[in-house]
Design a protein around this ligand. Structure first.
Ligand SMILES: CC(C)(COP(=O)(O)OP(=O)(O)OC[C@H]1O[C@@H](n2cnc3c(N)ncnc32)[C@H](O)[C@@H]1OP(=O)(O)O)[C@@H](O)C(=O)NCCC(=O)NCCS
Length: 159
């Protein structure tokens, strides 16, 4: 079952967020913080949950257990000439390993898309590690397509 996160989910969200950062670090060790501060993470989820219209955290549950999450933010373009005035931005998608390949992530993303559309978003965007083949396949199956590529060059190594 997928629904909106509640206050009593805070501790689970912090744990899943830690695991999500850990998973991301495996693909981009230089772009992801070495550790996250659980108190800051809790504060940020609390703000998200309370902020209402602009951000949502969705969770997947099995009984009382939270086994997956997805955060969606609503962004408004500053310029009124922007081609897309409102878009949703998805991040922190994570499903606990024991529950993977059961379409939990697909359901979370579908829910995030419905919410974004209802908020007037014309597009949904996200960023992901280039090497994360599973996530890429998931998003592409849902209709997402890569639009821009983010390059890095490590200046610590001799050219
Ligand atoms: C990526 C992740 C969210 C997928 O969650 P999931 O619940 O297992 O995904 P779903 O079952 O909804 O997958 C739907 C489809 O996406 C594709 N997919 C998902 N995971 C895949 C994998 N590891 N390898 C290949 N394809 C995959 C498949 O096409 C799958 O359909 P299928 O099982 O019928 O073949 C999960 O593996 C995860 O939490 N990984 C760590 C965090 C992460 O990488 N988050 C994404 C950051 S952008």
């Amino acid at each position: 079952m997928v629904d909106m996160a509640r206050h009593h989910d805070l501790a689970c969200l912090v744990r899943l967020q830690e695991a999500a950062v850990e998973a991301e670090r495996a693909f981009s060790p230089d772009l992801v913080p070495r550790r996250i501060d659980p108190l800051a993470s809790r504060r940020s989820f609390k703000a998200t949950l309370l902020r209402g219209q602009r951000e949502r955290t969705f969770v997947a549950r099995v009984g009382r257990q939270v086994i997956g999450m997805l955060c969606v933010e609503l962004h408004r373009a500053r310029s009124r000439h922007a081609a897309v005035r409102r878009h949703g931005f998805m991040h922190s998608l994570y499903v606990a390993p024991a529950h993977r390949r059961q379409r939990v992530a697909a359901r979370l993303v579908a829910r995030g898309l419905v919410w974004s559309r209802r908020q007037g978003a014309l597009q949904v965007r996200l960023e992901m590690a280039a090497g994360n083949a599973g996530a890429r396949r998931l998003y592409e199956r849902l209709g997402f397509r890569p639009r821009e590529v983010f390059f890095t060059l490590d200046l610590r190594r001799p050219a």
